[in-house]
Ligand binder design. Structure first.
Ligand code: RAM
Length: 352
């Protein structure tokens, strides 16, 4: 099957799933991640564990959704499991802002750290030190492969890269100059997706990736770098922003008569932040997964691991609460599900 056919089928099947009334949470639950391997969770899960959930930064609504009790994210799952959950991080999505929060959590006697890594290597001395002291380290959202026990991945990196390129290519009429407004230059997740974007772009030889700029998961910086792109590349036809802070900032810049429909945009973001731009045509389609389910699953995986109910060997399985059974795959990774495409037909159904 041609890859373009494959990815459009993915989109079609996701949208069909929605039309039969499934919300994102249930899409994830039925997306075929769970396997037939039998659960090894014979040991009871420990209670009263001190668990610190450490997103890239605080004040990002994507992570607020992933982590909060109210959204049924990580802290909700920890509460249900009888653990003591705390969210902490710095204010900027940088290692220098995040590392002191990780160190603080270790000092406070953390049993488990659940971390979205701002950098795959800068965090390692701190995370390895924690592991050496018996602290379970689980990454979610953005990995640090050399210094954690498990990674809970939101969706296949290639699927995320491909879907963004296929959406923008369609909107650009398969031709013209394209730029990327990413998060931090060190972000493991965005960098992995960009690798696959470049690969997928080979299918569209008339699209030229002219520049990658970094908005640092900060609205003001994302706005400034977008304005810089529009000045430097007056013929720009498309922007992909694979960050939930970057995409609404880019869309806000393009939401004028001058740019709407002239410079196309897509990427990853939470639906409430994008509703206006989807409905007014600035950004007809973008993708994401359910961040609350990601946090929830990371909490169940981490507690199962810390309790000795699972190891990180491929085939180990556990029940992720309401999400059902999950299995550890290659590279100590547990996959939440598939990316999901939001557009005019479905955006109003989502409230995060
Ligand atoms: C931002 C962060 C996060 C990423 C989302 C899509 O919130 O960079 O790591 O997964 O965007």
């Amino acid at each position: 099957m041609k890859d373009s056919t494959k990815s459009s089928r993915l989109r079609v099947s996701l949208l069909c799933a929605l039309t039969v009334g499934l919300a994102v949470a249930s899409l994830v639950a039925v997306s075929g991640i769970a396997t037939a391997a039998s659960p090894r969770a014979t040991r009871p899960l420990e209670k009263g564990l001190k668990v610190f959930v450490i997103p890239k930064n605080l004040g990002n609504s994507y992570f607020t959704t992933a982590d909060s009790v109210k959204t049924q994210g990580a802290l909700y799952a920890l509460k249900r499991l009888g653990e003591v959950g705390t969210e902490t991080s710095g204010t900027a999505a940088t290692p220098s802002s995040q590392i002191p929060a990780i160190e603080g959590a270790i000092t406070k006697g953390a049993n488990i750290l659940i971390v979205s890594a701002t950098d795959p290597s800068a965090l390692c001395p701190t995370l390895k030190g924690a592991m050496a002291r018996g602290v379970t380290v689980v990454t979610y959202d953005s990995d640090a492969p050399a210094c954690r026990d498990l990674f809970v991945d939101q969706a296949n990196a290639q699927g995320i890269g491909d879907i963004e390129v296929d959406i923008i290519a369609k909107e650009m009429g398969d031709a013209g100059q394209l730029a990327v407004v990413s998060a931090a230059p060190t972000a493991t997740n965005q960098n992995a997706w960009i690798v696959y974007m470049k690969q997928e772009l080979k299918k569209y030889p008339k699209i030229k990736l002219v520049k990658i700029v970094y908005g640092m998961d900060d609205t003001a910086t994302s706005t400034t770098v977008t304005e810089g792109l529009l000045t430097a590349y007056p013929n720009l036809k498309g922007i992909i922003s694979p960050t939930s802070v970057g995409l609404p900032a880019v869309a806000a810049v393009l939401d004028t008569a001058k740019y709407r429909g002239v410079v196309q945009v897509t990427g990853l973001a939470t639906p409430l932040a994008m509703k206006k731009y989807v409905l007014d045509g600035t950004c007809p389609e973008f993708a994401l997964w359910n961040p609350a389910d990601l946090g929830y699953l990371a909490a169940y995986a981490a507690v199962n691991y810390a309790s000795g109910a699972i190891s990180n060997a491929p085939g180990q399985s556990f029940v992720g609460g309401k999400l059902g059974k999950y299995t550890v795959g290659a590279k100590d990774t547990i996959l939440l599900g598939l990316p999901f495409v939001f557009n005019k037909s479905n955006i109003s159904q989502f409230h995060f």
